[in-house]
Write a protein of this length. Structure first.
Ligand code: FES
Ligand code: FES
Lengths: 165, 264
Protein backbone atom coordinates (compact mmCIF):
# COMPACT_ATOMS: atom_id res chain seq x y z
CA UNK A 1 0.00 0.00 0.00
CA UNK A 2 1.37 3.45 -0.73
CA UNK A 3 0.91 6.39 1.58
CA UNK A 4 1.58 10.01 0.92
CA UNK A 5 3.15 11.86 3.85
CA UNK A 6 3.61 15.61 3.99
CA UNK A 7 5.85 17.17 6.60
CA UNK A 8 7.58 20.44 7.27
CA UNK A 9 11.16 19.52 8.13
CA UNK A 10 13.39 22.33 9.38
CA UNK A 11 11.09 24.84 7.74
CA UNK A 12 10.95 23.10 4.36
CA UNK A 13 7.74 21.42 3.17
CA UNK A 14 8.33 17.93 1.91
CA UNK A 15 6.02 15.28 0.55
CA UNK A 16 6.99 11.70 0.07
CA UNK A 17 5.15 8.59 -1.01
CA UNK A 18 5.90 5.61 1.21
CA UNK A 19 5.54 2.15 -0.21
CA UNK A 20 5.46 0.65 3.27
CA UNK A 21 3.80 1.99 6.44
CA UNK A 22 6.50 0.49 8.68
CA UNK A 23 8.85 3.42 8.08
CA UNK A 24 9.49 5.32 11.29
CA UNK A 25 10.02 9.06 11.42
CA UNK A 26 13.67 8.32 12.26
CA UNK A 27 14.18 6.17 9.17
CA UNK A 28 12.33 8.69 7.02
CA UNK A 29 14.66 11.46 8.16
CA UNK A 30 17.86 9.47 7.82
CA UNK A 31 17.26 7.27 4.82
CA UNK A 32 14.81 9.17 2.64
CA UNK A 33 15.69 12.77 3.48
CA UNK A 34 19.42 12.16 4.10
CA UNK A 35 19.25 14.02 7.41
CA UNK A 36 21.65 11.73 9.21
CA UNK A 37 22.30 14.07 12.14
CA UNK A 38 19.53 12.32 14.06
CA UNK A 39 21.00 9.09 15.38
CA UNK A 40 19.68 5.58 15.83
CA UNK A 41 20.86 4.09 19.11
CA UNK A 42 18.51 1.48 20.49
CA UNK A 43 15.65 1.89 17.98
CA UNK A 44 13.14 1.15 20.73
CA UNK A 45 12.65 4.24 22.83
CA UNK A 46 15.24 3.70 25.50
CA UNK A 47 18.20 5.94 24.67
CA UNK A 48 16.97 9.26 23.23
CA UNK A 49 19.62 9.41 20.47
CA UNK A 50 16.79 9.88 17.95
CA UNK A 51 15.17 12.85 19.74
CA UNK A 52 13.63 15.47 17.45
CA UNK A 53 10.98 18.10 18.02
CA UNK A 54 7.58 17.21 16.59
CA UNK A 55 5.24 20.18 16.71
CA UNK A 56 7.69 21.79 19.15
CA UNK A 57 7.72 18.82 21.54
CA UNK A 58 10.60 16.40 21.92
CA UNK A 59 9.86 12.81 21.01
CA UNK A 60 11.74 9.63 20.18
CA UNK A 61 11.53 9.56 16.39
CA UNK A 62 12.21 5.80 16.40
CA UNK A 63 8.83 5.26 18.08
CA UNK A 64 6.72 7.28 15.66
CA UNK A 65 5.45 5.87 12.40
CA UNK A 66 6.18 8.41 9.68
CA UNK A 67 2.64 7.98 8.41
CA UNK A 68 1.15 9.12 11.71
CA UNK A 69 3.22 12.32 11.55
CA UNK A 70 1.47 13.47 8.37
CA UNK A 71 0.99 17.24 8.46
CA UNK A 72 3.41 17.79 11.34
CA UNK A 73 6.31 20.16 11.78
CA UNK A 74 9.66 18.52 12.56
CA UNK A 75 12.82 20.17 13.80
CA UNK A 76 16.09 18.22 13.70
CA UNK A 77 19.65 19.07 14.66
CA UNK A 78 20.28 20.21 11.06
CA UNK A 79 17.70 22.96 11.46
CA UNK A 80 19.08 24.60 14.59
CA UNK A 81 21.95 26.79 13.40
CA UNK A 82 20.82 29.94 11.64
CA UNK A 83 22.97 31.28 8.78
CA UNK A 84 26.11 29.66 10.15
CA UNK A 85 25.52 30.91 13.72
CA UNK A 86 25.21 28.09 16.21
CA UNK A 87 22.09 27.83 18.36
CA UNK A 88 22.92 28.82 21.98
CA UNK A 89 22.45 25.19 23.07
CA UNK A 90 24.97 24.01 20.44
CA UNK A 91 27.46 26.69 21.48
CA UNK A 92 27.04 25.81 25.15
CA UNK A 93 27.66 22.09 24.48
CA UNK A 94 30.98 23.00 22.86
CA UNK A 95 31.93 25.47 25.59
CA UNK A 96 31.21 22.96 28.36
CA UNK A 97 32.50 19.77 26.72
CA UNK A 98 29.01 18.30 26.76
CA UNK A 99 30.12 15.27 24.76
CA UNK A 100 32.92 12.87 24.04
CA UNK A 101 32.21 10.57 21.07
CA UNK A 102 29.27 12.73 20.02
CA UNK A 103 26.84 9.97 19.13
CA UNK A 104 24.21 10.94 21.66
CA UNK A 105 24.79 14.67 21.12
CA UNK A 106 22.19 15.54 18.47
CA UNK A 107 19.56 13.89 20.66
CA UNK A 108 20.88 15.60 23.79
CA UNK A 109 20.83 18.99 22.08
CA UNK A 110 17.32 18.57 20.66
CA UNK A 111 16.13 17.39 24.05
CA UNK A 112 17.75 20.43 25.70
CA UNK A 113 16.10 22.77 23.18
CA UNK A 114 12.78 21.10 24.01
CA UNK A 115 13.40 21.31 27.75
CA UNK A 116 14.26 25.02 27.61
CA UNK A 117 11.17 25.63 25.48
CA UNK A 118 9.02 23.86 28.07
CA UNK A 119 10.47 26.15 30.72
CA UNK A 120 10.25 23.46 33.38
CA UNK A 121 13.84 23.34 34.63
CA UNK A 122 14.82 26.92 35.41
CA UNK A 123 18.34 27.15 36.81
CA UNK A 124 18.05 24.07 39.02
CA UNK A 125 20.68 21.45 38.05
CA UNK A 126 18.63 18.64 39.57
CA UNK A 127 15.62 19.53 37.47
CA UNK A 128 17.82 19.79 34.38
CA UNK A 129 19.16 16.28 35.06
CA UNK A 130 15.62 14.97 35.54
CA UNK A 131 14.44 16.85 32.45
CA UNK A 132 17.24 15.31 30.39
CA UNK A 133 16.76 11.79 31.78
CA UNK A 134 15.38 10.44 28.51
CA UNK A 135 18.79 10.91 26.88
CA UNK A 136 21.51 8.44 27.74
CA UNK A 137 25.20 9.16 27.17
CA UNK A 138 27.38 6.10 26.99
CA UNK A 139 30.48 8.28 27.36
CA UNK A 140 29.11 9.70 30.60
CA UNK A 141 29.38 13.36 29.63
CA UNK A 142 26.51 14.20 31.96
CA UNK A 143 28.34 16.80 34.03
CA UNK A 144 29.19 18.87 30.95
CA UNK A 145 25.72 18.33 29.50
CA UNK A 146 24.06 19.69 32.64
CA UNK A 147 26.37 22.72 32.69
CA UNK A 148 25.72 23.35 29.00
CA UNK A 149 21.94 23.22 29.42
CA UNK A 150 22.08 25.57 32.41
CA UNK A 151 24.22 28.06 30.50
CA UNK A 152 22.07 27.88 27.38
CA UNK A 153 19.07 28.54 29.59
CA UNK A 154 20.72 31.69 30.93
CA UNK A 155 21.65 32.87 27.44
CA UNK A 156 18.14 32.33 26.10
CA UNK A 157 16.54 34.00 29.12
CA UNK A 158 18.90 36.96 28.66
CA UNK A 159 17.95 37.22 25.00
CA UNK A 160 14.29 37.30 25.88
CA UNK A 161 14.88 40.14 28.28
CA UNK A 162 17.08 41.81 25.68
CA UNK A 163 19.99 42.07 28.12
CA UNK A 164 22.89 39.62 28.01
CA UNK A 165 24.96 38.40 25.29
CA UNK B 1 8.14 -5.41 12.15
CA UNK B 2 6.09 -7.78 10.08
CA UNK B 3 4.17 -6.16 7.25
CA UNK B 4 0.83 -4.55 8.08
CA UNK B 5 -1.69 -2.25 6.48
CA UNK B 6 -1.99 1.23 7.96
CA UNK B 7 -5.31 2.95 8.58
CA UNK B 8 -5.92 6.36 10.08
CA UNK B 9 -9.67 6.80 10.51
CA UNK B 10 -11.17 10.22 11.24
CA UNK B 11 -14.06 9.13 13.45
CA UNK B 12 -14.48 6.75 16.39
CA UNK B 13 -17.26 4.91 14.54
CA UNK B 14 -14.98 4.29 11.57
CA UNK B 15 -12.17 3.07 13.84
CA UNK B 16 -14.52 0.67 15.63
CA UNK B 17 -15.74 -0.62 12.29
CA UNK B 18 -12.20 -1.28 11.06
CA UNK B 19 -11.23 -3.05 14.28
CA UNK B 20 -14.43 -5.08 14.51
CA UNK B 21 -14.36 -6.18 10.89
CA UNK B 22 -10.87 -7.65 11.25
CA UNK B 23 -9.93 -9.47 14.46
CA UNK B 24 -6.25 -9.32 13.45
CA UNK B 25 -6.27 -5.50 13.26
CA UNK B 26 -4.84 -3.62 16.22
CA UNK B 27 -5.35 -0.10 17.54
CA UNK B 28 -2.36 2.23 17.88
CA UNK B 29 -2.46 5.05 20.43
CA UNK B 30 0.84 6.73 21.35
CA UNK B 31 2.84 3.66 20.39
CA UNK B 32 5.25 3.80 23.33
CA UNK B 33 4.69 0.10 23.95
CA UNK B 34 3.16 -1.10 20.73
CA UNK B 35 5.86 0.15 18.32
CA UNK B 36 8.60 -1.69 20.30
CA UNK B 37 6.33 -4.75 20.38
CA UNK B 38 6.02 -4.59 16.59
CA UNK B 39 9.76 -4.04 16.17
CA UNK B 40 10.51 -7.10 18.25
CA UNK B 41 8.03 -9.06 16.17
CA UNK B 42 6.03 -10.00 19.23
CA UNK B 43 2.84 -9.17 17.35
CA UNK B 44 1.74 -9.64 13.78
CA UNK B 45 -1.31 -7.46 13.16
CA UNK B 46 -2.92 -7.46 9.73
CA UNK B 47 -3.59 -3.76 10.09
CA UNK B 48 -2.61 -0.98 12.47
CA UNK B 49 -5.47 1.43 13.13
CA UNK B 50 -3.98 4.76 14.20
CA UNK B 51 -6.27 6.52 16.69
CA UNK B 52 -4.48 9.86 16.53
CA UNK B 53 -6.94 11.40 14.07
CA UNK B 54 -10.08 10.89 16.17
CA UNK B 55 -9.90 14.11 18.18
CA UNK B 56 -9.80 12.24 21.48
CA UNK B 57 -7.27 14.50 23.22
CA UNK B 58 -8.34 17.10 25.75
CA UNK B 59 -9.09 17.76 29.40
CA UNK B 60 -12.24 19.12 31.00
CA UNK B 61 -13.37 19.70 34.59
CA UNK B 62 -16.99 20.09 35.58
CA UNK B 63 -19.26 19.05 38.43
CA UNK B 64 -16.44 17.59 40.50
CA UNK B 65 -15.23 15.33 37.69
CA UNK B 66 -12.01 15.59 35.70
CA UNK B 67 -12.49 14.08 32.24
CA UNK B 68 -9.41 13.24 30.21
CA UNK B 69 -9.66 12.25 26.56
CA UNK B 70 -8.09 8.88 25.80
CA UNK B 71 -5.46 10.29 23.43
CA UNK B 72 -4.30 12.95 25.89
CA UNK B 73 -0.56 12.63 26.44
CA UNK B 74 1.05 12.20 29.85
CA UNK B 75 2.83 15.54 29.34
CA UNK B 76 -0.48 17.30 28.75
CA UNK B 77 -1.99 15.83 31.93
CA UNK B 78 1.14 16.71 33.93
CA UNK B 79 1.12 20.30 32.67
CA UNK B 80 -2.64 20.90 32.87
CA UNK B 81 -3.47 23.72 35.27
CA UNK B 82 -6.94 22.20 35.73
CA UNK B 83 -5.67 18.76 36.69
CA UNK B 84 -3.04 20.26 38.98
CA UNK B 85 -5.74 22.21 40.78
CA UNK B 86 -8.35 19.45 40.99
CA UNK B 87 -6.22 16.30 41.45
CA UNK B 88 -2.57 17.30 41.91
CA UNK B 89 -1.62 13.67 42.61
CA UNK B 90 -2.82 12.69 39.15
CA UNK B 91 -0.79 15.44 37.47
CA UNK B 92 2.27 14.40 39.47
CA UNK B 93 1.77 10.74 38.52
CA UNK B 94 1.56 11.63 34.82
CA UNK B 95 4.72 13.74 35.14
CA UNK B 96 6.62 10.75 36.52
CA UNK B 97 5.87 8.30 33.72
CA UNK B 98 8.95 7.32 31.68
CA UNK B 99 10.84 10.37 30.45
CA UNK B 100 9.89 13.55 28.62
CA UNK B 101 10.17 12.02 25.16
CA UNK B 102 7.80 9.25 26.22
CA UNK B 103 5.40 11.61 27.99
CA UNK B 104 5.01 13.67 24.81
CA UNK B 105 3.64 10.67 22.88
CA UNK B 106 2.31 8.19 25.42
CA UNK B 107 -1.42 8.45 26.15
CA UNK B 108 -3.70 7.64 29.07
CA UNK B 109 -5.99 5.52 26.89
CA UNK B 110 -3.08 3.56 25.48
CA UNK B 111 -1.69 2.89 28.93
CA UNK B 112 -5.04 1.68 30.24
CA UNK B 113 -5.83 -0.48 27.21
CA UNK B 114 -2.42 -2.11 27.47
CA UNK B 115 -2.71 -2.57 31.28
CA UNK B 116 0.95 -3.21 31.91
CA UNK B 117 1.21 -4.55 35.49
CA UNK B 118 3.91 -1.99 36.26
CA UNK B 119 2.22 1.04 34.67
CA UNK B 120 1.29 4.07 36.80
CA UNK B 121 -2.16 5.05 35.51
CA UNK B 122 -3.97 1.86 36.59
CA UNK B 123 -3.21 2.76 40.23
CA UNK B 124 -4.80 6.21 39.84
CA UNK B 125 -7.82 4.89 37.97
CA UNK B 126 -8.50 2.19 40.56
CA UNK B 127 -7.84 4.29 43.68
CA UNK B 128 -9.84 7.27 42.45
CA UNK B 129 -12.71 5.03 41.37
CA UNK B 130 -12.62 6.45 37.86
CA UNK B 131 -14.96 5.49 35.03
CA UNK B 132 -13.71 4.51 31.60
CA UNK B 133 -15.83 5.67 28.69
CA UNK B 134 -15.69 3.66 25.51
CA UNK B 135 -17.37 3.85 22.13
CA UNK B 136 -20.26 1.76 23.50
CA UNK B 137 -20.52 1.97 27.31
CA UNK B 138 -18.96 3.06 30.56
CA UNK B 139 -16.85 0.72 32.67
CA UNK B 140 -16.18 1.22 36.39
CA UNK B 141 -12.54 0.89 37.43
CA UNK B 142 -13.35 -2.02 39.75
CA UNK B 143 -14.56 -4.16 36.86
CA UNK B 144 -12.03 -2.99 34.30
CA UNK B 145 -8.69 -4.48 35.37
CA UNK B 146 -8.75 -8.26 35.00
CA UNK B 147 -5.14 -9.34 35.44
CA UNK B 148 -1.94 -8.26 33.76
CA UNK B 149 -2.40 -7.04 30.18
CA UNK B 150 -6.05 -8.10 30.52
CA UNK B 151 -9.02 -5.73 30.68
CA UNK B 152 -12.79 -5.72 30.29
CA UNK B 153 -12.46 -4.23 26.78
CA UNK B 154 -14.22 -6.24 24.10
CA UNK B 155 -12.60 -6.88 20.71
CA UNK B 156 -12.74 -3.64 18.74
CA UNK B 157 -13.81 -1.56 21.74
CA UNK B 158 -12.05 1.81 22.05
CA UNK B 159 -11.59 3.87 25.21
CA UNK B 160 -12.65 7.43 24.44
CA UNK B 161 -12.14 9.12 27.82
CA UNK B 162 -11.54 8.56 31.52
CA UNK B 163 -13.62 10.37 34.14
CA UNK B 164 -12.04 10.91 37.57
CA UNK B 165 -14.20 12.06 40.50
CA UNK B 166 -12.31 14.78 42.36
CA UNK B 167 -11.16 13.37 45.74
CA UNK B 168 -10.80 15.25 49.03
CA UNK B 169 -7.27 13.94 49.33
CA UNK B 170 -5.05 11.85 47.10
CA UNK B 171 -1.39 10.96 46.84
CA UNK B 172 0.85 8.69 44.79
CA UNK B 173 4.33 7.40 45.45
CA UNK B 174 6.34 4.93 43.45
CA UNK B 175 9.66 3.22 43.67
CA UNK B 176 10.73 3.47 40.05
CA UNK B 177 12.99 1.02 38.32
CA UNK B 178 15.98 3.34 37.90
CA UNK B 179 16.42 2.53 34.21
CA UNK B 180 12.88 2.32 32.85
CA UNK B 181 11.02 4.38 35.47
CA UNK B 182 8.33 1.72 35.52
CA UNK B 183 6.95 1.20 39.01
CA UNK B 184 8.62 -1.61 40.91
CA UNK B 185 5.92 -0.67 43.41
CA UNK B 186 3.52 2.26 43.18
CA UNK B 187 0.79 3.05 45.69
CA UNK B 188 -2.06 5.50 45.13
CA UNK B 189 -4.15 6.50 48.15
CA UNK B 190 -7.40 8.47 47.87
CA UNK B 191 -10.19 9.62 50.14
CA UNK B 192 -13.31 10.88 48.46
CA UNK B 193 -16.93 10.24 47.49
CA UNK B 194 -16.27 6.48 47.39
CA UNK B 195 -14.53 6.33 50.76
CA UNK B 196 -10.87 5.44 51.17
CA UNK B 197 -9.31 3.49 48.32
CA UNK B 198 -5.73 2.25 48.07
CA UNK B 199 -4.41 0.78 44.80
CA UNK B 200 -1.06 -0.92 44.28
CA UNK B 201 0.68 -1.24 40.92
CA UNK B 202 3.97 -2.86 39.96
CA UNK B 203 3.85 -5.39 42.76
CA UNK B 204 1.11 -7.88 41.94
CA UNK B 205 1.46 -10.79 39.55
CA UNK B 206 -2.13 -10.14 38.54
CA UNK B 207 -1.56 -6.45 37.86
CA UNK B 208 -3.02 -3.55 39.84
CA UNK B 209 -5.00 -4.43 43.00
CA UNK B 210 -6.77 -2.76 45.91
CA UNK B 211 -5.20 -3.06 49.34
CA UNK B 212 -8.33 -3.57 51.43
CA UNK B 213 -6.50 -3.98 54.74
CA UNK B 214 -4.92 -0.55 54.30
CA UNK B 215 -8.26 0.91 53.23
CA UNK B 216 -9.90 -0.29 56.46
CA UNK B 217 -7.09 1.11 58.58
CA UNK B 218 -7.20 4.47 56.80
CA UNK B 219 -10.99 4.69 57.08
CA UNK B 220 -10.49 4.71 60.86
CA UNK B 221 -7.63 7.18 60.77
CA UNK B 222 -6.14 8.91 57.73
CA UNK B 223 -2.54 8.83 58.88
CA UNK B 224 0.71 6.99 58.29
CA UNK B 225 0.52 5.71 61.87
CA UNK B 226 -2.69 3.86 61.08
CA UNK B 227 -0.71 1.69 58.65
CA UNK B 228 1.78 0.58 61.29
CA UNK B 229 0.23 -2.82 61.96
CA UNK B 230 -1.08 -3.49 58.44
CA UNK B 231 0.68 -6.40 56.76
CA UNK B 232 1.17 -6.92 53.03
CA UNK B 233 1.57 -10.63 52.26
CA UNK B 234 4.37 -11.41 49.81
CA UNK B 235 2.29 -14.16 48.29
CA UNK B 236 1.22 -13.33 44.74
CA UNK B 237 3.72 -10.49 44.38
CA UNK B 238 6.28 -10.23 41.60
CA UNK B 239 9.84 -11.40 42.07
CA UNK B 240 12.57 -10.65 39.55
CA UNK B 241 16.18 -9.53 39.39
CA UNK B 242 15.15 -6.11 40.67
CA UNK B 243 13.63 -7.38 43.91
CA UNK B 244 12.07 -10.34 45.66
CA UNK B 245 8.38 -10.63 46.52
CA UNK B 246 9.22 -9.95 50.18
CA UNK B 247 11.08 -6.80 49.21
CA UNK B 248 8.14 -5.62 47.14
CA UNK B 249 5.77 -6.35 50.03
CA UNK B 250 7.94 -4.15 52.22
CA UNK B 251 7.98 -1.42 49.57
CA UNK B 252 4.18 -1.41 49.44
CA UNK B 253 4.14 -0.22 53.06
CA UNK B 254 6.85 2.37 52.47
CA UNK B 255 5.22 3.73 49.33
CA UNK B 256 1.81 3.86 51.02
CA UNK B 257 3.24 6.01 53.82
CA UNK B 258 4.94 8.28 51.29
CA UNK B 259 1.73 8.54 49.28
CA UNK B 260 -0.13 9.55 52.45
CA UNK B 261 2.49 12.16 53.22
CA UNK B 262 2.12 13.51 49.68
CA UNK B 263 -1.67 13.58 50.03
CA UNK B 264 -1.46 15.59 53.26
S1 FES C 1 17.01 5.26 18.96
FE1 FES C 1 15.16 6.10 19.56
S2 FES C 1 15.26 6.06 21.71
FE2 FES C 1 17.07 4.98 21.14
S1 FES D 1 29.13 11.62 23.92
FE1 FES D 1 29.41 9.50 23.51
S2 FES D 1 27.47 8.72 24.01
FE2 FES D 1 27.31 10.73 24.70
Amino acid sequence: MSLSVSLTVNGVSRTIVLDDPRVTLLDLLRERFDLTGTKKGCDRGQCGACTVLLGGRRINSCLALAASCDGAEVLTIEGLAQGGALHPVQAAFIAHDGFQCGFCTPGQIMSAVGLLGEGQAGDDPERVREGMSGNLCRCGAYVGITEAVLEAGRVLAGREKGTAP
Amino acid sequence: MYAFAYQKPATVAEAVKLLSADPEAKALAGGMTYIPVLKQRLARPSAVVDLSGLGLAGIGVSGGVVTIGAMTTHAAVAASAEVRRAIPALAALAGGIGDNEVRHRGTIGGSLANDDPTADYPAAVLALGATLRTDRRTIAADGYFQGMFTTALEPGEIITAVAFPVPEKAGYAKFPNPASRYAMVGVFVARGPQGVRVAVTGAGQGGVFRHTAMEKALEKSWSADALAGVATPAEGLNADLHGSAEYRAHLVGVMARRALAAAG
